[in-house]
Design a protein around this ligand. Structure first.
Ligand code: OSB
Ligand code: MG
Length: 369
């Protein structure tokens, strides 16, 4: 496989509803889209960096020059026997996993398209449908939260995740449990607490949550291990798991019992597979996280979620919750049983709406070998 041409775009897509986490609210999604061409085929990779360095230190404005100046020269015109060779070829560049993942995932899509196989098969996946959960942002009131949960349960989602932060935690969980009973429920703090909040967080234990995601700092392992010793609720790490090596340390330290996998956070599919396999070896279940991706990134996530240790429902909801219209046709849909069908066509297996990409483009650059 050889990438002959790489096209980079900055897109802006309006969100159907604003999305609020412990680090802020967004109304529009700004993201980079990588297109690679080679051997008459085209692959796409969506970058999950955001506008602000709040979820991670990367942003659209850091990913752009890193791709142009450092990643593209290491992949353009290079013959790769397999896309798993792309991440090692970028080893000289430290960090910048989201920028690397966007190009690496486009290379996997290109490779799968050249072979005429669905991406799920090339990745080693084993299922044809995946279980879908939903992530509900911080709301203006407990009443609005209950209405949102009701709406998503009716849509069939297999588990509900609610975002929490200090001042929006115990009451929010209590409201959902009181109204909806023993539904599969979890919370995500996006690093909003410290170990000094351990007693407070332990008050979540009686609610029987599936897990608490990333309660403490984004690069912390030791305090999560100390917190896990004080909680019966399993801790799931998201932000902290930046590499397979850190995951190994986190598991050894007892800092988490569950891991959220986002390819953008670890540098792409090859590293995600290594992380998946490490967790499977240690009996740690994984699930696929989401970064409010458009249908292009969402489809890629669906394919990765077909690997066997993705045993918990992921944050891969229907496109229409976020974008209307989406960049793909038909969009990603969730069936009444809360599952998403894995596209069966070559690569990510979805039809790209070039016209909508064109309309959403703020900036574009074309690179050739
Ligand atoms: O922490 O999982 C997260 C969105 C943006 C940044 C971080 C996170 C999220 C979500 C939304 O929780 C998941 C989704 O529906 O895409
Ligand atoms: Mg998270």
């Amino acid at each position: 496989m050889k990438i002959e041409r790489l096209e980079l775009r900055l897109l802006k897509l309006p969100l159907v509803h604003f999305f609020e986490t412990s680090f802020g609210r967004i109304d529009d999604k700004h993201f980079l889209l990588v297109r690679v061409d080679g051997g008459g085929c085209t692959g796409y990779g969506e970058c999950v960096a955001e506008q602000d360095p709040y979820y991670s230190s990367e942003t659209n404005d850091t990913a752009w020059p890193i791709i142009v100046d450092f990643i593209a020269p290491r992949v353009l015109g290079v013959e790769f026997a397999h896309p798993r060779e792309v991440f090692p070829a970028l080893k000289a560049i430290r960090g910048h996993h989201m920028a690397k993942a966007a190009v690496e995932m486009a290379a996997w899509d290109l490779f799968a398209k050249q072979r005429g196989e669905p991406l799920s098969r090339v990745l080693g996946g084993t299922r044809d449908r995946i279980a879908s959960g939903v992530s509900i942002g911080i709301q203006q009131s407990l009443g609005e939260l209950a209405a949102k949960v009701e709406h998503e349960l009716a849509a069939g989602y297999q588990r509900i995740k609610i975002k929490i932060k200090p001042g929006w935690d115990l009451d929010a969980v209590e409201t959902v449990r009181a109204r909806f009973g023993a539904i599969p429920l979890m919370v995500d703090a996006n690093a909003a607490y410290t170990l000094a909040d351990a007693d407070h967080l332990a008050r979540l234990d009686p609610f029987g949550l599936m897990m608490i995601e990333q309660p403490l700092d984004y690069d912390d392992i030791a305090d999560h291990a100390a917190l896990q010793r004080r909680l019966t609720t399993p801790i799931c790490l998201d932000e902290s798991i930046k590499t397979v090596g850190i995951a190994r340390e986190a598991i050894a330290a007892g800092a988490c019992r569950i891991v959220n996998i986002k390819p953008g956070r670890v540098g792409g599919f090859a590293e995600s597979i290594r992380l998946h396999d490490l967790c499977a070896w240690h009996g740690i279940p994984v699930w696929h996280g989401g970064m409010l991706e458009s249908g292009i990134g969402r489809a890629a996530n669906v394919h990765l979620s077909t690997l066997p240790n993705f045993t918990l429902p992921g944050d891969i909801a229907a496109s229409k919750r976020y974008f209307d219209p989406d960049l793909i046709d038909p969009s990603i849909e969730v069936a009444a049983d809360g599952t998403v069908a894995v596209p069966t066509g070559p690569g990510i297996g979805v039809t790209i709406r070039e016209d909508r990409i064109h309309t959403a483009t703020l900036k574009k650059l074309e690179l050739r070998s």
